[in-house]
Design a protein around this ligand. Sequence first.
Ligand code: NDP
Ligand code: GDR
Length: 370
Amino acid sequence: MKKALITGITGQDGAYLAEFLLQKGYEVHGIKRRSSLFNTDRIDHLYEDPHETGVKMFLHYGDLSDAMNITRIIQEVQPDEIYNLGAMSHVLVSFETPEYTANVDGLGTLRILEAVRLLGLTEKTKIYQASTSELYGLVQETPQNEKTPFYPRSPYGVAKLYAYWITVNYREAYGMYACNGILFNHESPIRGETFVTRKITRAASRIALGLQNTLYLGNLDAQRDWGHAKDYVEAMWLMLQQKEADDYVIATGVTTKVRDFVRLSFKQVGIELDFQGSGVDEVAKVSGCSNPEFQLKTGSVVVRIDERYHRPTEVDLLIGDASKCKEKLNWEPKYDLEALVEEMMASDLELFKKDQYLKGGGFDTLQRHE
Ligand code: NDP
Ligand code: GDR
């Protein structure tokens, strides 16, 4: 039985990857941070009581900023594959915590590579590094592929640039099987609530159900190549099953403006929007509602701009060319944007119908909207 170690197992990708690897028959080990509240919601359905027999998933307390902890866990687990998905992954937050982001997202990768080397596991352990389309940053050329020059535009992007190159360097210097997956944005019903897609699908559901009036957003003109996390974790695994380690772009090849993601999400529940104005004065008003379940007045403003969500430096346009991955790994995404939005909206609507039910029964529910 192969053993995999996943950093960031409690995150969106970690949860999908753990499920995928368990289905493939792996023994899965994950590193989770100690927190004052339970933070295992996304993997609870996979977790069994460790006192039971036949358990295939194990969690270890740890943190990418702690080299001794990382080294000890790798020594204990002796993994065949390490997926380094742990990171402070929010671009805007990285402007507020640049040093921490550099430490975890940049040096965290070094700690893993160096632990594998010092423990003599270079021959045994294959490493996947979660690289990102944020490396491209300022647009140099489109669509972006493995040869496109990097120009990161945030402390997050710069930290991930270090992680990218240290992974390449350990591969070349020590012959380690270490790969960079340069993944473009990927989303799902379990996407973190502060990333723009999930923020939108949550708000569109809550607005339709009468639980919220307005959604506040930043730059509606940004363009992203959005795929589904379920498709992308399969590509991570494929990268570690090859004869030789290499770096690959994973993307859908279709780009969409944030404004159009908003439009698509509301449309899923029968609400048509009309965008008016520009810059910080832009608003979206309801121009029609074909779903009798929802009582939204035509002309009511449901989206406004809040400058707090603008970034000091923005990445305007991402569109990926995944031909190398398609050709060499035989990978093909199963979801398109419509199917992704449909799944996210269905899930959030279901979630917030519970809140609506509670509200109807006189119980108040507290929800954050950022
Ligand atoms: P999430 O933010 O959902 O998950 C991040 C994970 O990292 C969480 O499990 C988090 O733990 C953990 N983590 C954060 N800080 C530390 C730390 N100091 N030590 C150990 N673990 C830590 O991200 P995604 O699942 O979306 O992304 C996975 C990886 O892929 C990240 O590295 C991200 O940067 C990268 N990436 C993501 C893309 C996307 O579109 N989703 C695209 C390209 C790259 P906790 O639950 O406790 O917060
Ligand atoms: P991104 O994702 O920065 O691409 O990083 P995010 O969803 O945060 O932003 C996408 C675009 O939407 C614009 N935007 C807003 N973003 C957020 N979060 N909140 C808003 O209110 C809002 N309004 C407009 C942003 O300016 C941006 O242009 C994600 C993360 O998962 C990274 O870890 C990963 O590396 C990259 O994708 C690829």
